[in-house]
Ligand binder design. Structure first.
Ligand SMILES: NC(=O)c1ccc[n+]([C@@H]2O[C@H](COP(=O)([O-])OP(=O)(O)OC[C@H]3O[C@@H](n4cnc5c(N)ncnc54)[C@H](OP(=O)(O)O)[C@@H]3O)[C@@H](O)[C@H]2O)c1
Length: 259
């Protein structure tokens, strides 16, 4: 298949592009800085980039609340409009497990709105919700470790390896859309185990020696309360990754130590 990966230069997008290429597909990497330049916040470049594509995987991102609206929500509208014109048969978008259960977080509001745009569009769709990626949670700890501390809230999480999500994307693409009455389906991919931020912090400190002072995150705000109540994990997932945070951390540390 010819597959366009929007956000194909990003953390997940580059892994998804590699996984799809490894299975013999013709992959087009779309981003503002790629061979197929597109800007989802304006729609520029989309018509040319999608010509002849069978599937679109949307792994784009906008990290601030404003960028999330422009790229994820309005960008999805622009992307789907261009897909309809190009005759794309399957739109696969990456969302977040529990984004609808943490409504007070602006970025998650944008993810819920993005899902809504995809569900109401006319291109057959798959929404693949994933839990937090290892490097994302690790950045939380490494930023805190610079101050010698580690966040130690008992927030349940099920971190997943980006390569496991990428393989799942390739499976979903090859399986094709399941249209039904809704026009598509929502699936979930999670990490191999449910743990807590507190336990991940302990593992990181034991391995790296950094961030020795545990600091309790006060449970203020709806977002943290919802996350502490288990909003970010789901035991009934459709796909389960195999690589743990600890294994990823050991692999990453070994790579960094190599001369
Ligand atoms: N990180 C996590 O833990 C996590 C967990 C679950 C789900 N997700 C979801 O996974 C998706 C990918 O996340 P990520 O962390 O891999 O993202 P990322 O590394 O920040 O990559 C973002 C990608 O989007 C592209 N992009 C940004 N603005 C653009 C624009 N205006 N037009 C076109 N392309 C644009 C970037 O390329 P250019 O800068 O070259 O344009 C880049 O390729 C997101 O939807 C996120 O919500 C992430």
């Amino acid at each position: 298949m010819r597959i366009a990966v929007a956000g194909g230069t990003g953390m997940l997008g580059s892994a998804a592009s590699a996984a799809l290429e490894a299975r013999g597909h013709d992959v087009r990497v779309l981003s503002r800085h790629s061979a197929f330049p597109v800007d989802l916040s304006t729609g520029e470049g989309l018509t040319a980039a999608l010509e002849g594509c069978d599937v679109v995987v949307d792994a784009s991102n906008g990290r601030s609340a404003k960028a999330a609206r422009a790229v994820l929500v309005d960008g999805s509208r622009r992307l789907l409009e261009a897909e309809t014109a190009a005759g794309v048969a399957h739109h696969v978008v990456i969302s977040i497990v529990g984004c609808d259960r943490v409504p007070s977080f602006a970025y998650y509001q944008a993810k819920v709105a993005q899902e809504g745009v995809v569900r109401s569009g006319s291109v057959p769709w798959t929404i693949l919700r994933a839990t937090q990626f290892h490097p994302f949670l690790d950045a939380l700890f490494s930023n805190a470790a610079r101050l010698g501390i580690r966040p130690s809230a008992a927030v349940p999480v099920a971190p997943v390896d980006v390569r496991d999500v990428a393989d799942t994307i390739a499976d979903v693409v090859e399986e094709g859309p399941v249209v039904g009455e809704a026009g598509g389906r929502t699936l979930q991919v999670v990490g191999p185990e449910v743990t807590t931020l507190r336990d991940l912090g302990r593992i990181r400190t034991a391995l790296t020696g950094r961030g020795r002072a545990p600091v309790r995150i006060p449970l203020w705000g709806g977002a943290l309360r919802a996350a502490s109540g288990g909003a970010l994990v789901d035991e009934s997932a459709d796909f389960r990754g195999v690589r743990t945070y600890e294994a990823w951390l050991k692999e990453t540390s070994a790579k960094a130590a190599r001369p």
